[in-house]
Design a protein around this ligand. Structure first.
Ligand SMILES: [Zn+2]
Length: 461
């Protein structure tokens, strides 16, 4: 702080210096008493056993909320380290080996190769709980084993994602039991602000590629992630992390998300009905799905999908330009923007290799300058929204590799970036009330999180 010298402070200091001798003696007395107390206090703290067996949920939640942070991976690693050190290690005299099953391996072979007692293997595979597990050993299975001079002491093998078979030598017999490792979901809140690209913002926020792909998938009908993204766009998320045995396993589902794009705010809440009905809806209960996605090209393959200093380049100038161009490297997958039927596939003069799809509502979409088509796509082939139909190229009158995309209603060109897209069905009537009851608090929480963090951002600017 560059606070200027204030005469008031100066006055205060001067008066403070006028201290009586009696007061100074008292000060020395307190120092003399205080130092030993402090030392004793610290010795106590150091002797206290470190309670690091479990990290309280609250702590995890708070550290995770503190996004963007570039060190989330490191944080996670140190948490795991703390947890691992609390696990008791086998007696030092025992040897530990991991048997990795490869194609064609039998347990007997592996036991022999590692000089383990094959007779014991027979006893182990006879155990009721172990029979099934060892009858169907698969390549990639791992058996963790401790032994003493080839005599098995204990053995562990994962049955599935959440259960593990544990076999231990007890006196002369082996005992088998199954340990459960339940999966837990942790809530995580995060936000990102776009300065150069969606992916960079995600890295800065400590978010995985999976999460960023899911954000793009949720808003694919409203946002063209190739051309619409602007500097200053932001997003706020509530998602799940999958944890097991105190360790982070992977990211789970996005529960709610808000995307602020070029002055508009889009919100999505995931809803799961008891009959397996799953979709993302706006807080008003409208589906985010629409008959067409905005960008029919795989944006993840487009390296610099946003440059704040440059307008989108118009590469192609065949007659009056009546479509949208996506500059993309040759070979980038092109996706059908909606469900429909292929009505043209072939070379079309300046368009080069082209596919036209007929959709409902007298809408057609056209994809030009392709380098190649997906083999099974022919005239009459039915395609689903998002299905890859071919690859970006520069066939026809194209100066550089790009996708030229057109959207026509009754044969008339419309701007695919701004045209009103036919909406998909809103939330099922039978779930309507349930959805609003569920979505209200979730949206409120996301709003609070946003308010907290957008205030912080404004302050730090
Ligand atoms: Zn074009």
């Amino acid at each position: 702080m560059n606070r200027p010298f204030s005469p008031i402070m100066h006055d205060y200091k001067q008066t403070a210096l006028k201290q009586s001798k009696k007061f100074k003696a008292f000060q020395w007395f307190t120092v003399g008493l205080g130092i030993p107390i402090i030392i004793v206090f610290f010795i106590n703290i150091l002797n206290k056993p470190a309670d690091n067996k479990e990290i309280p949920e609250k702590f995890l939640y708070e550290t995770k909320q503190n996004v963007p942070q570039n060190h989330s991976v490191i944080d996670r690693a140190s948490e795991n380290y703390q947890l691992e050190t609390s696990i008791t290690e086998p007696e030092p005299a025992y040897e530990f080996i991991e048997l990795k099953i490869s194609q064609g391996d039998t347990l007997e072979q592996l036991f022999r190769q590692n000089n383990l007692d094959v007779g014991q293997l027979m006893l182990i595979t006879e155990l009721d709980k172990a029979k099934n597990q060892f009858r169907r050993i698969k390549p990639g299975n791992v058996i963790k084993l401790t032994h003493l001079n080839g005599q098995v002491i204990s053995l562990r093998s994962k049955i599935d994602l959440t259960s593990e078979l544990v076999i231990e030598k007890k006196e002369s017999e082996f005992e088998a039991r199954i340990i459960e490792h339940p999966i837990t979901k942790k809530k995580r809140m995060a936000y990102g602000i776009i300065t150069s690209s969606l992916f960079e913002s995600a890295v800065a926020a400590g978010l995985s590629d999976k999460i960023i792909m899911n954000i793009a998938a949720i808003f694919a009908w409203d946002i063209d992630f190739v051309l619409d993204i602007r500097q200053g766009d932001s997003y706020y998320l509530h998602f799940e992390e999958i944890w097991q045995d105190g360790k982070y396993i992977s990211d789970g589902e996005i529960i709610a998300a808000e995307f602020n794009n070029n002055g508009r705010t889009l919100q999505a809440i995931r809803f799961v009905g008891d009959d397996g009905y799953i979709n993302y809806f706006t807080p008003e209960g409208d589906s985010l799905r629409k008959a067409f996605i905005r960008a029919p090209v795989d944006f993840t393959r487009i390296s610099s999908n946003f440059n704040p200093n440059r307008k989108h380049p118009i590469l192609n100038t065949i007659r009056a330009h009546r479509g949208v161009d996506y500059a993309a490297p040759k070979g980038t997958p092109i996706k059908a923007s909606g469900d429909g039927k292929v009505i043209f596939r072939g070379t079309k003069s300046g368009y080069g290799k082209t596919i036209i799809i007929q959709h409902g509502g007298n809408i057609t979409t056209l994809y030009a300058h392709m380098s190649s088509y997906i083999k099974k796509i022919k005239i009459g082939t039915k395609v689903r929204q998002g299905e890859t139909i071919g690859f970006v190229g520069s066939t026809g009158l194209a100066t550089a590799s790009h996708l030229h995309y057109e959207y026509r209603i009754n044969g008339i060109h419309r701007n695919p970036r701004t045209v009103n897209l036919p909406d998909a069905k809103p939330i099922d009537e039978k779930y309507r009330m349930e959805f609003f009851t569920y979505a209200g608090p979730i949206i409120d929480e996301l709003k609070q999180f946003k308010n907290m963090h957008s205030a912080k951002v404004a302050f730090s600017n």
